[in-house]
Design a protein around this ligand. Structure first.
Ligand code: BGC
Length: 545
């Protein structure tokens, strides 16, 4: 079980309103207590922070905002004491426009070695004033920006699948491969356990950079990159990951690569985790299935079939720093907000209690599944998204690039509440946190939940302890048809029956010891599973079909 730390929002020890590495070190004990095996840190590298650190200007240094390399090493020592492993984020598709290599490319002539690290092209049209193709940025607007030459004349264009401050590397160039091999080794030498690879499906682009007549940002109408999109999922990607796997293997058999490969359908995702490629790939189709039981069941079946075929575990996930937190998504009847769009005060509002109840049920359903699982910081507290964020404070480039039409991802990135009676709920005792914390954080802070036997946090601790004790991650799945009714879904993992009830009526549980239920505060008949809840039961024999 891997826990995602979003450093900007975890814990601010130096009082500047932004989280830091020393803050992480100071609170790691809580994560060990929670029962996580490893932590994954979102980027803390040198960066102008135009995309919250996913715009890296130096891959081998810590941004002063977060501390120093010595702080990183101190954090590593603490994780070792606690028996936690550390995975770091690698951002190989693009860097920051302030990266020395891109600055050198801007200063150099067209077709120079410096420019060939990136994707520079002449524009279309007589005077080259049209972008080289029709691709769009994932954050809105065109995926190309025109440069200005030293003499002040308009120059070539460069490609950026994300913000204009995030130029894409050209992975057809061996020098780019060599640079990233250096980066991999730099962090492996510092003792990390592996990498989460950012937009792993985007590094290689189709030859000739052809126009794309699907959604021009590469997505399909369902939101996933279209199978034929020229900017995603190109076959040559796989050789890159094979070569990285060999590098990791030099450091021991237990280093891992996890792909953020937002591709569909699932058999295609399985290509990322073939035996000589990455070890894991986030299962985003699972995240998107939400609580729609039909699609949820199909995604799980298909995931296990596709991934079993290549001998890889599935990697379940419900929240991260790019999507509305699941405690908020599940507070809507029907469909909540679209990925990356966020919720504002003008939008239909979620029902917080309903969301939190269903989030507990959904997490419990997920943590019973065989495979790996990722949790996102704060979900163990049942935190909702921040909704009341003034426009002036919104920092996700999506907000600016769409003129506020898409609010972006700030809502799920709000700094954590640690201690109810401290300033900024214990996130830091200095400057105001970089994003405002909702008032509900007073009730949801970690210290209050830690002292309650029935809190969301108490449930997470119990789930993680039981999952480990019963070794559910290494188990298998068989659907328990008798409890798959259309409004409930159930499976067996070994002799553990996992039942989720989304009906409006309570569900009578089968015989067997109730190991855990997603509401720890059960009144009345213990054998009834209330609406919006999940239970784990130990059963003696396979239940009747
Ligand atoms: C990361 C995002 C980031 C984007 C560009 C992603 O998928 O998770 O937070 O904005 O890559 O690096």
């Amino acid at each position: 079980m891997i826990y995602q730390i979003y450093p900007r929002s975890f814990r601010d020890l130096n009082g500047d309103g932004i989280g830091d590495l020393a803050g992480i070190t100071s609170e790691l004990g809580h994560l060990a207590e929670l029962g996580v095996d490893a932590v994954w840190l979102s980027p803390f590298y040198r960066s102008p922070q135009r995309d919250a650190g996913y715009d890296v200007s130096d891959y081998c240094d810590v941004d002063p905002l977060f501390g120093t390399l010595a702080d990183f090493d101190a954090m590593m020592i603490r994780t070792q004491e606690l028996g936690l492993r550390v995975i770091v984020d690698l951002v190989p598709n693009h860097c920051s426009d302030q990266h020395a290599a891109f600055q050198a490319a801007l200063a150099a002539a067209p077709n120079s070695a410096e420019r060939s690290m990136f994707i520079f092209r002449d524009g279309r049209g007589e005077s080259g004033d049209l972008p080289p193709n029709n691709w769009e940025s994932h954050f809105g607007g065109p995926a190309w920006t025109r440069t200005t030459d030293a003499d002040g004349q308009p120059g070539q264009w460069y490609l950026h699948l994300f913000d204009s401050s995030q130029p894409d590397f050209d992975w057809d160039n061996p020098a780019v491969h060599a640079e990233f091999e250096r980066v991999l080794r730099f962090w492996l030498d510092r003792g990390i356990a592996g990498f989460r690879v950012d937009v792993a499906h985007a590094l290689v682009k189709a030859p000739g950079l052809p126009d794309w007549h699907g959604l021009a940002n590469g997505n399909s109408s369902e939101g996933y990159p279209g199978e034929e999109a020229p900017m995603f999922g190109q076959p040559a990607l796989h050789d890159i990951y094979r070569s990285w796997r060999l590098i990791l293997a030099e450091y021991g058999p237990d280093r891992i690569l996890c792909a953020e490969a937002n591709v569909d359908p699932l058999p295609r995702l399985a290509h990322w985790v073939r035996p000589d490629e990455m070890h894991q790939a986030f299962n985003f189709p699972y995240l998107h299935a939400g609580l729609d039981l039909g699609p949820l069941r199909s995604v799980i079946t298909e995931s296990l079939e596709s991934l079993d075929a290549v001998g890889a575990p599935s990697t379940w996930v419900l929240s991260n720093h790019d999507v509305v937190r699941h405690a908020t998504r599940f507070g809507y009847d029907g469909h909540g907000p679209r990925d990356g769009d966020g919720i504002g005060t003008e939008d239909p509002q979620p029902d917080e209690e309903l969301g939190r109840t269903r989030a507990a049920a959904a997490t419990m359903f997920m943590l019973g599944l065989p495979g790996g699982a990722y949790l996102y910081q704060g979900e163990e507290l049942g935190l909702p998204d921040g909704i009341d964020i003034p426009s002036a404070l919104r920092q996700d480039p999506t907000f600016a690039r769409t003129d506020g039409e898409r609010l972006g991802r700030d809502g799920c990135r709000v700094p954590l509440p640690w201690r109810a009676d401290q300033e900024h709920y214990g996130f830091g005792d200095g400057a105001t946190p970089w994003l405002p914390q909702p008032e509900s954080f007073a009730r949801l802070s970690r210290d209050l939940q830690a002292s309650s036997g029935t809190s969301h946090l108490a449930l997470y601790r119990s789930m993680l302890a039981l999952r480990r004790e019963l070794d559910l991650g290494r188990g298998s799945l068989q659907w328990a048809e008798a409890w798959c009714t259309g409004s409930s879904l159930a499976y067996l993992n070994g002799n553990v029956l996992v039942v989720m009830n989304l009906n409006h009526e309570p569900l009578e549980l089968p015989s067997g010891a109730i190991l855990l239920r997603s509401s720890l505060d059960v009144q009345g008949n213990q054998r009834l599973l209330s609406p919006g809840q999940t239970a784990w039961l130990q059963i003696a024999a396979k239940p009747a079909e």
